[in-house]
Design a protein around this ligand. Sequence first.
Ligand code: 13P
Ligand code: ZN
Length: 271
Amino acid sequence: MAKFINSKYVREMGDITKNMYRQGWDERNGGNISYLIDEHLVREYFKKDKFIRDINLGFEADPIVRNKYFLITGTGKYFKNVKKDPETNLGLVKISSDGKVAHLLWGYKDGGRFTSEFPAHLMSHASRLKVDPANRVIMHTHPTYTICMGACLPTDEVVFTRKLWKSNTEAVVVFPEGIGVLPCMICGTNEIGIATAEKMKEYRIVSWTNHGLYGAGKDIDEAFGLIETVEKTAQIYMLTLDHLVNEIPDEVVLGLAKLWNLKMKPGVIEE
Ligand code: 13P
Ligand code: ZN
């Protein structure tokens, strides 16, 4: 039977964490990723469930994610190290049928556990799966320009979305539903998890003011693509701040939405 360490899921996690570290977004242990793997795919590596140990969740997981398998980065682990030692820096867990515990199948070799942000991840998976059954990935990172932009704007989704859409013509095309915004909160808590998951009902991308971004997608590429588009756009916004002459006109944003037949967040650009 093929070894899980050689699976495409472990390889993808190693590649993306390395890439994100190189972007300068994931200093030290910054950032975390969770990847839902369907049971029939897990079975290609584990004939049946054999758990190493149980890890308490500290909250009750939504029924939609119970009995599901997640590959997750470990708490305190550095993105730059995942590729060279996946079995220490990643773990594969199955959420228990009562939603209280994660059964460890593979990884966290040094006795570690999943990211401290697992409440926000698992609650966000639940929100996204209810609106998009194809969603598989939740990705959290600390992209510099997005954090700068959040610090310079009111915590207002219409304002944040408008600034992004009018800074880069790709922005409205990639996230027509806009961006969710949370104020500065204490991270690693169930409270920030609940608040993030509430936003994830409406948005695939959520900004944590003074902290970073949460992105969702059907695969690693999609979640990362969303985050890199927001970050690139935030960079354009910050570099042009106070120098701006040619802002994208409202008609161009509206024209792009029409061309691509997009359902835009209402109330951001007046028609
Ligand atoms: P973890 O090391 O627990 O994943 O935390 C990193 C982080 O980004 C906190 O928001
Ligand atoms: Zn963080």
